[in-house]
Design a protein around this ligand. Sequence first.
Ligand SMILES: *Cc1c(COP(=O)(O)O)cnc(C)c1O
Length: 219
Amino acid sequence: MSHGIENVKEQMSLACKEAGRSESDVELIAVSKRFEADTIMPVLELGHRLFGENRVQEAQEKWPSLRVQYAGIELHLIGPLQSNKAGDAVALFDVIHTVDREKIARVLKKEIDKQGKQIELLIQVNTGQEPQKAGIDPLETKEFTHFCRDELGLQIAGLMCIPPVDEEAALHFALLKKIADELGLKKTSMGMSADFNTAIALGATCIRVGSAIFGVRQT
Ligand SMILES: *Cc1c(COP(=O)(O)O)cnc(C)c1O
């Protein structure tokens, strides 16, 4: 039986073909949150190197030892970031998808300079304008992007979103892509197990897939 990641890659490949996009334009982030090293290792053995975690502390417990065993791992933070964890996050992660407020942008800038480490940053956009959800309001994204770039001198690679659970994801993916295009940002991080095909059709450059690769997560 083939591993979940092989099925996901096959579907990605089809979705790219249908959308007339090159497969090399879409990155697959295997979201390994709440899975142990034992479950992650088969995916590393298959040669995959891009992984996503949503909590700094959990990632600190799992990834340093996996990095000793496997070269070339690229770690993405896809969950909310507290300022007091920013230093740890900059030290551990290669990409942070969840820059969503001035305070965290300032702290990240300070840590990036202090550690002299190049990391890639994406701004999380609350496309559904949900009060309980992280992310910058779509209407404030332009101003916030300029703040990060021009005032702080941060390199912003793109935008990320998590659509509301009870709405058509396609509308949110299309909105994120539109804002990214308007701001001249190349990357869009959107699409999860249930909807990554749609995200690819709408221009995602980065999909974040957990359960379709690793199975059902323990809660
Ligand atoms: C958990 C998570 C995912 C992956 O979700 P699946 O439905 O398991 O694919 C993607 N993005 C974020 C931000 C997540 O927290």
